[in-house]
Design a protein around this ligand. Structure first.
Ligand SMILES: Cc1ncc(COP(=O)(O)O)c(C=O)c1O
Length: 399
């Protein structure tokens, strides 16, 4: 028998799709993979070179559990430069991806009887981590008609005397939506008054397409620095998903607790990875903007291609690298009934891997990742359009 806590969680559904697509590709099946939640670009050369140098220089032993001082300094310096917020290495911990930063924080802050607010459609891990901490997730919803923006009032309406934390992801996966600074400020003012923690998942912070004011770290640092946790990651910005490097910036007492937790679970992040991440954060940032420019071209092009089928209702996302169209027009009680079934049919019949909205608590939607080549995007959009049009001919579509 497994421990009771295992009954509260399930394997990440986004990872399941990726595994299935990978399995088919390994069998030689021609899959267009729009499922991936990771950059298709190689890790920048100067970053990999730093890792090679680390191995050659035998930098291959344990490091301080919370990360090397040089990497913690590099994280603090980047946040100072990018957001104008001041953190010291004592307020920083290096983690195995942004995921562990968020996990550590949830485990060190939340517990039975606590309510923790987060938003959906959203990244499922945020909810699962709240459950693992034995707190109760309180889900507030954002809506396609409103560009999936998280509004302050929606969050404020969900506050109770048991609210202990609020977890916000912006730019959001899967919607690409950004929270407005003013909305975050209104939430923060109330959270500060009530002593509620805000965890900010900034995993896609470098992937914002227009010059929109989005200095969320400063909004929080100015209002409630002592109850703020900034969780960042090298994964998406520097095409480093496999290296597993993220970080949290938070008050020293919380960082110390996260450090203790991590010291009894994973210990330090791989020493070689830490050298690579230091090079990424301190080196030229042009690689980041070059990738962003390419994602923008892909986003615009994919939107244009998919616009040929207006019943795929989609909005141009402001950030991250996903489109999140509403596919409900193609679902019907007598045919393909759910977006999960549509995703499966797209994989089985059209050989396109996408992620069903159900994975993000958003049935009726699908997530298409454009972190892949233009050629794949073209073939993927053609296959999807052809597939949904054929459905209609078979009398599947509702109207
Ligand atoms: C919204 C969001 N936050 C955090 C992460 C964590 O990524 P990593 O652990 O690779 O930093 C992901 C990964 O997909 C994500 O989509």
């Amino acid at each position: 028998m497994l421990a009771q806590r295992t009954t509260r969680i399930a394997v990440s559904p986004t990872m399941k799709v990726a595994a299935e697509a990978m399995r088919l590709k390994a069998q030689g099946v021609d899959i267009v993979d729009l499922g991936a939640g990771e950059p298709d670009f190689p890790t920048p050369t100067h970053v990999s070179a730093a890792a090679h140098a680390a191995i050659d220089g035998h930098f291959t032993k344990y490091t301080t559990n919370s990360g090397t001082d040089e990497l913690k300094q590099a994280v603090c310096a980047r946040y100072r430069q990018d957001f104008g917020v001041e953190y010291t290495p004592a307020e920083a911990i290096i983690t195995a991806g942004g995921k562990q930063a968020l996990y550590n924080a949830a485990m060190c802050l939340f517990g039975p009887g606590d309510e923790v607010i987060t938003h959906m459609p959203g990244w499922p891990t945020l909810v699962e981590q709240i459950k693992l901490s034995e707190a109760t997730p309180v889900i507030v919803r954002t809506h396609a008609e409103d560009g999936f923006r998280l509004r302050a009032q929606t969050v404020l309406d969900a506050l109770t005397s048991n609210t202990r934390g609020i977890v916000i992801n912006s730019p959001g996966n899967p919607t690409g939506a950004l929270i407005d600074e003013a909305d975050l400020a209104a939430i923060a003012d109330e959270a500060a008054r009530r002593g509620i923690w805000i965890l900010l998942d900034l995993c896609y912070e470098k992937l914002i397409y227009d010059t929109t004011p989005h200095n969320l770290p400063r909004v929080l640092a100015e209002r409630m620095r002592d109850h703020t946790v900034l969780c960042g990651s090298a994964s998406k910005a520097y095409a480093m998903t496999g290296w597993r490097c993220g970080w949290a910036l938070a008050p020293a007492a919380l960082v110390n607790a996260c450090n203790a937790l991590q010291s009894h679970s994973t210990s330090n992040v791989c020493s070689i990875t830490q050298k690579a991440a230091t090079a990424a954060l301190t080196g030229p940032q042009k690689c980041v903007t070059d990738m962003l420019d390419e994602y923008r071209r892909r986003r615009d092009q994919l939107c244009e291609w998919l616009a040929a089928e207006p019943r795929l209702r989609l909005q141009k996302p402001a950030g991250a690298f996903y489109l999140f169209p509403d596919v409900s027009e193609f679902l019907s009680p007598d045919g393909i009934r759910t977006s999960a079934a549509l995703a499966q049919a797209l994989l089985d019949d059209a050989r396109v891997a996408i992620t069903a909205g159900e994975a993000f608590d958003a049935p009726g939607f699908i997530r298409l990742s454009y972190a892949t080549s233009m050629d794949q995007l073209k073939r993927g959009s053609e296959r999807i359009i052809e597939f949904v049009r054929a459905l209609e001919k078979r009398g599947n579509a509702v109207a």
